[in-house]
Design a protein around this ligand. Structure first.
Ligand SMILES: [Ca+2]
Length: 577
């Protein structure tokens, strides 16, 4: 699911522009102070495994089909666990796999405790947990906590005029209320939806209920608490079967009228769940789709995605539409109109506010917006992008197929409510065969059409190429795992980040070796002076050089330097052509 706009909508751009211009450079410079110190431990309980976590997102219907129906399934995920492990990933997150009419690709849940038959059975889920754990991998499910399908039995009972245990599970209002939705039940009121008309919002309560609106009730009302407990029961069911935590869809939507109390009731709700998890399932992770870490992480989430809506830093890195009018283009753009400060100033504020409590995640992509392989970018551009994404603090996420450079298609079939999103949900490209190894079904029966390019990237061919994008991603993740400075809590310090200038250079600190990372996404050579580079040695680069403290970077280039005083060169030197 998603909250506001994709990487391509007008209202968001205006908000982004306003925020960008209001940001103060001086303020950001102040924030940089003290950020280079690593965080040795978080200020509250958090799963220890997150410190070194790298998470792979599986879009289940498009990943691997084992029974020939053209739709991926849980047995397909099990079959590919060794591949996911080979990337250096430590966990997987699956988009919803619950029983659903699939009006919104599974974000319309009919039964929270049943695996959708097209994906398999609950026993297949148990086998997936077990097979993953045998390999040291964790499995995170997608908790669609804010709404259900109109076909969910909770809703069908709630829509009856006779009072029953589910009567208060949804937000029922007079039919005259703007935006309310009619239904087929006997109840005379309308319901409030979260997105599509078939997605009624679960009713966890209103912040500061207004007496003149009799349908508004407190989050502490027994009916609100009954919904809270029902969702806790869903979590408990899957955790007891072996699940390792949840990514929560539209996590900020649960309390209605949340702006009235500054988010206090929403924080109370998620802090309640987080505390319960810590006491009963201390290794379970809670991840939010919120895109405002400064709100989500203090509220109780271990990780918040910084993505395509709300807070804009991530959009300034990758969003190919961000600069079409008056704003700069994204930083990762060959034409060099991007501005790293548009990313960095916002990022530093969020990082400073949350680094003692949890983790920011900036994924390679996801199921709601364009993949990085778009906007004319090729594998060389992606190597520069990934050099940054896999060496920043926080938890890295790989969206399936981004590790081989799968493409985004803006005009793809709008399958199951996909809208613009079908083009980032195409079948995984496992090999060079006509069906790309995704399924034995005729390609015309695939969930969505394959990338039609006969030379589309695939796993099998990249496995055998030492300098393929796939092996580059493995190398970056291995470097991250091997060095505490590069892990998810290591220190972060910008060294060269000038407005409208390139490259971007920063240092990671906190382990035995410091690292300096340099990225030049532009189509022209760039140079800069970085004192800290003096004496540093390149660990990973496609041509950047250093003389004294002068860095010279060819077009579209990356470099990771080891700047520790004592250096063991034997283990880690690699230069790509
Ligand atoms: Ca299948």
């Amino acid at each position: 699911m998603f909250s506001l706009a994709p990487f391509c909508e007008e209202p968001k751009k205006k908000a982004v522009k306003k925020l960008g211009f209001l940001r103060s450079l001086a303020f950001a410079v102040c924030l940089i102070q003290n950020l280079s110190a690593e965080v040795t431990s978080l200020d509250r309980p958090s799963p220890a495994w997150l410190r070194d976590a790298v998470i792979y997102q599986v879009y289940p219907q498009s990943f691997c089909d084992t029974d020939g129906d053209g739709i991926g399934d849980l047995r397909g995920v099990i079959a590919k666990l060794d591949y996911i492990k080979s990337l250096g990933c430590t966990a997987i997150w699956l988009n919803p796999v619950f029983d659903s009419p699939f009006g919104d690709a599974g974000y319309d849940v009919r039964d929270y405790k049943k695996i959708a038959p097209r994906y398999g059975t609950n026993e297949d889920a148990r086998r997936l947990f077990e097979a993953a754990h045998q390999r040291g991998l964790r499995v995170i499910f997608d908790l669609v906590a804010g709404h259900t399908s109109v076909q969910n039995p909770w809703f069908m009972e709630s829509a009856k005029s006779e009072s029953n245990v589910y009567s208060g599970f949804y937000l029922w209002v007079p039919p005259s209320e703007p935006g309310s939705v009619a239904h087929e039940g006997s109840r005379p009121e309308n319901f409030i939806k979260n997105f599509f008309d078939f997605q009624p919002a679960l009713y966890y309560g209103y912040a500061k209920p207004v007496a003149s609106n009799p349908w508004e009730r407190s989050p502490n009302d027994p009916q609100s608490l009954a919904v809270r407990e029902a969702m806790r029961d869903v979590m408990k069911y899957w955790l007891d079967l072996g699940c390792d935590g949840f990514r929560v869809d539209m996590a900020s939507s649960l309390i209605k009228g949340s702006d009235r109390d500054g988010g206090a009731a929403l924080r109370e709700l998620w802090s309640d769940y987080h505390g319960w998890l810590n006491r009963n399932y201390p290794e379970a992770v809670l991840i939010s789709e919120w895109s405002n870490p400064a709100e989500a992480i203090p509220a109780g989430f271990d990780i918040d995605f910084l993505i395509h809506f709300n807070e804009p830093p991530y959009q300034h890195l990758l969003d190919p539409w961000i600069g079409k009018d008056t704003d700069p283009n994204p930083f990762f753009d060959r034409d060099g109109h991007g501005d790293i400060r548009e990313f960095l100033d916002g990022y530093l504020k969020l990082y400073q506010a949350t680094r003692q409590l949890g983790y920011i995640a900036m994924p390679t992509g996801n199921h709601d917006f364009s993949r990085p392989r778009f906007h004319g970018r090729d594998e060389n551009d992606l190597k520069v992008i990934y050099t940054l994404l896999f060496t920043m603090p926080g938890v890295p996420f790989i969206y399936y197929g981004d590790e081989i450079g799968m493409r985004y298609f803006p005009d793809w079939p709008k399958k199951e409510g996909a809208m613009w999103r079908g083009g980032c949900r195409t079948p995984m490209q496992w090999d060079g065969s006509p069906g790309a190894g995704f399924s034995t079904a005729p390609v015309t029966n695939y969930y969505l059409p394959l990338d039609p390019d006969p030379h589309r990237p695939n796993v099998a061919s990249q496995e055998g190429e030492p300098d393929s994008l796939l092996n580059f991603v493995r190398r970056l993740i291995a470097l991250r795992h091997a060095n505490p400075s590069l892990d998810n809590l290591g220190g972060f310090e910008p060294l060269y980040a000038e407005q409208n200038k390139f490259p971007f250079v920063y240092r990671r600190t906190g382990g035995p070796q410091d690292f300096i990372i340099c990225v030049n996404p532009t189509g022209t050579a760039q140079t800069c002076e970085v004192k800290a580079l003096r004496g540093a040695h390149p660990v990973l680069t496609n041509g950047a050089t250093r003389e004294g403290s002068k860095l010279t970077m060819p077009p579209v280039s990356y470099a990771v330097f080891d700047c520790s005083p004592e250096l063991n060169l034997s283990a880690s030197i690699h230069k790509s052509p």
